[in-house]
Design a binder for this molecule. Structure first.
Ligand SMILES: [Zn+2]
Length: 133
């Protein structure tokens, strides 16, 4: 899913235009997610869209929420590689895929299980790992 950026920057994140019914839920922003398959070591970049939560995006979503599970991460990894999603071939678990979330505007790391530098930022390669509350 590739949604158009509006050009607005919300608390440092690029706002995207979401189609109904998601557009009523709040403000959505684009988030880049590097996903590393622990079996092969391959890293793929997934473009995600997340709802602003107060003045930031959710850390919990990736650490303990829906996107912490291997089942969801495996599908993001497939999509990022141009493969069709396959929900018949997934298993829930923890540790088959590691992720880091990146601010597309600054290249700053937001949530990081992989470590190292983020690449491909538009305006720099500033590394800033924020502490979880
Ligand atoms: Zn799962």
């Amino acid at each position: 899913m590739d949604y158009q950026r509006t050009g607005r920057v919300v608390h440092g994140w690029p706002e995207v235009e979401m189609p109904p019914p998601h557009n009523t839920a709040g403000t959505w922003v684009e988030v880049w997610v590097d996903i590393r398959c622990e079996r092969t070591g391959e890293v793929r970049r997934h473009v995600a869209h997340e709802l602003m939560d107060g003045d930031g995006i959710s850390w919990f979503l990736w650490s303990d929420g829906n996107f912490s599970c291997d089942c969801n991460r495996s599908q993001m990894f497939r999509e990022a590689g141009g493969e069709a999603t396959n929900w018949d071939d997934v298993s829930c678990g923890d540790g088959a895929f590691q992720v880091r979330t990146i601010n597309p505007l600054t290249g700053a790391l937001h949530y990081d299980e992989i470590g190292g530098e983020a690449h491909g930022s538009e305006e720099g390669r500033r590394k800033e790992v924020l502490d979880a509350d």
